[in-house]
Design a protein around this ligand. Structure first.
Ligand SMILES: [Zn+2]
Length: 208
């Protein structure tokens, strides 16, 4: 799983937000996971600046190994969602958010992809990020240092940002994964078709 060099850095929210999700499961469990991952000091003194990607991967991998797969996927996805929310509130200026929300998704998505690339340090560490804006839009991370099978954390980060800023029915399909033997992790942008009942405001998204 993943390729850890130990030198590259990642935004501290990868640990802080996952710590919050684990805390909701109980302090004992949270402490056990952080202890096994070798980052117990971060519980009493959360990281305030960039941290080594090896520490983040150790925490991710510990969650993956200590929980049943379905639960681990849900925990990592929620932690990614919370990290995406943090980026939204602290890293993307309000004026830029207004512009993105006002634009049609086909125009907003390429702009947000560019912004994502500029903030790649938040989630990519030593991995190199490639963005595809035309045709099948996608984000690829070569040698993703934080890869878990299916990369639920990354899906959570990307879907939080793109759904809130461009299209609430947008989904990412994880087509290639370093944790499954590929050289890169690729996340392709897709959209859920929406079934509307003309007699109700209820909308049912259906993945296409
Ligand atoms: Zn992956």
């Amino acid at each position: 799983m993943g390729i850890v060099t130990g030198d590259a850095l990642i935004g501290p929210n990868a640990v802080i937000q996952l710590g919050d999700v684990l805390a909701a499961l109980g302090g004992t469990k949270q402490r056990s996971v952080f202890s096994t991952a070798g980052i117990l000091p971060y519980l009493t003194s959360p990281p305030a600046s960039m941290i080594h990607e090896a520490e983040v991967f150790s925490l991710f991998q510990t969650v993956w190994l200590q929980f049943p797969e379905t639960e681990a996927l849900a925990i990592m996805y929620e932690a990614g969602n919370k990290t995406g929310d943090y980026i939204l509130h602290h890293r993307i200026p309000g004026a830029a958010q207004k512009v993105l929300k006002a634009l049609p998704a086909r125009l907003a998505i390429p702009l947000l992809l560019t912004a994502i690339q500029k903030h790649a340090w938040t989630f990519a560490g030593s991995g190199s990020v490639k963005i595809k804006r035309c045709g099948q839009a996608s984000i690829s991370i070569c040698d993703n240092p934080l890869a878990l099978p299916g990369c639920p954390w990354h899906l959570g980060v990307f879907e939080a940002l793109f759904r809130r800023l461009t299209d609430r029915y947008l989904v990412f399909k994880h087509t290639h994964c370093c944790a499954k033997g590929d050289d890169f992790c690729r996340f392709e942008i897709s959209r859920q078709m929406v079934l509307r009942n003309p007699n109700s405001s209820f909308e049912m998204p259906v993945e296409t």
